[in-house]
Design a protein around this ligand. Sequence first.
Ligand code: F0G
Length: 392
Amino acid sequence: MRLQCISCRAEYEPDPWLFRCPRCGGLLEVMYEDIDPAPTQGHGVWRFRNALPPVGRMISLGEGNTPLIKLEVPRRRDVYLKFEGANPTGSFKDRGMAVAVSIALDAGAKAVLAASTGNTSSSAAAYAARAGLRSIIVLPRGRVAKGKLFQAMLHGASIVEVEGSFDEALRAVIEYIEGEKGLVYPVNSFNQWRLEGQKTLAYEAAAELGDAPDYVIVPVGNAGNISAIWKGFKELYQAGVTSKLPVMIGVQARGASPLATMTERGLREPAWFDKPETVATAIRIGRPINWQRALEAVRESGGTFISVSDDEILEAQKTLARKEGIGVEPASAAPYAGLLRLDAKIPKDSTILLVATGHALKDPGIRVETEIQLAVTITDAIKFIKKIAISV
Ligand code: F0G
């Protein structure tokens, strides 16, 4: 196993504390001499231990193995949704955190540290608790969905709030880590070990579908997950497990769409958003740290980045909930909104995989219109039921 710089391709010995190339500053990727992507006996993502970094103690809460659900509504189309909301803390972050927290133990850390729009904080706090570590979380003040904040607090995280967006919170983490190493281990997605855990989504989906899908549509915030999933599919293809590579589509929310805007305008660098704004708080990120990895994933795969409006996101969330029975948080509905937007451009016989990253309960603050009738007596209640029953 080696670490390779994603920019200058320089190679380094594995080091739990190395996150940037000492030569050019680029982020790093984990490379293996030899991997076996077949699942083994075991717990959570560690079923794929022969394609993951070796660790002293495999921390797990049984993450992964999430439902792959074929959608009913897009007729004449094979659209599957990987419901990552079914992970132990309700998001895909658990796949990565199982690995990152195990590495933190090997690295001799006493605590983990993460900036977060919410889900990373829930997951880091839970996995740290499991490993007997403390967790320190940096959050954009007043901008994190209630369910996520509750989880971080429940699992005993120490919370630091900053004025500003996630990007400022992440800056605090990065500057801290540059100054001090050894005690507190960063588990944001610039941590290449964490992304190794997240690639197992590709392993599971390919096994369930019998091959790689033709398209994978992923919501993009800090741009780690799309990169990890692409790495997984590449490894499967190189190992001869799958016959093809998917086209990767990254979906951003319009008000936080540095990569989609870059693509639309044909720019060479992301169009940074200083004040990202969207109802999909999970992906309210203006400066995705993994933008180079994600750009490579999208380019190599022949895919693209697109953006969708908040209205499209909320409409997609509602459709998934009311027509498919699948409850996801707004960011996780973005791929479905993206699919509707791209529908005409995707050949009808393609197999499409939507990555639904987080559970609906994460964000109970979303306004949904529904009819509620207040019955004062039981007789009233029966009257209302009868009235509704006539209309079904
Ligand atoms: N979907 C959900 C539900 C998320 O929580 C996130 C990221 C993403 C998509 C985007 O993934 O950052 O790898 O591109 N949430 C992070 C957090 C930033 O702090 O919880 P990405």
